[in-house]
Design a protein around this ligand. Structure first.
Ligand SMILES: [Cu+2]
Length: 110
């Protein structure tokens, strides 16, 4: 499960959320995690946008991995979407939000 968040310096980033549930305080200082998966796996990613919209700042995000044709819709506050794709090639790929160029991380398929 991937959620949106902010880094210490206030930029947007992606973060991981455990699927165990329970209360989690909003985390400051997230950095977009590197996702490691094995080739041939069917990968299911659940994306949720947990950044509240500010008056001057529409917090809308999306999630994309171009090489695997993964493209979420634009997610408003607390919108979520699940995307499943087959990791059918190895390498290092970038996942990113098209709205915020600083929101990106790496997907490693081995
Ligand atoms: Cu974004």
């Amino acid at each position: 499960m991937i959620k949106t968040g902010k880094t210490v310096d206030g930029h947007y980033s992606f973060g991981l959320q455990s699927s165990r549930g329970g209360k989690q305080a909003p985390q400051k200082g997230m950095t977009s995690p590197t996702l490691n998966i094995s080739k041939g796996n069917l990968v299911s990613i659940h994306i949720i946008n947990e950044i509240l919209n500010g008056p001057e700042e529409k917090s809308v995000h999306n999630f994309n991995i171009d090489e695997f044709n993964v493209h979420s819709k634009d997610l408003g506050y607390f919108d979520s979407q699940s995307i499943t794709f087959l990791a059918d090639k190895t390498g290092a790929f970038t996942y990113h939000c098209t709205i915020h160029p600083e929101m990106k991380g790496q997907l490693i398929v081995k």
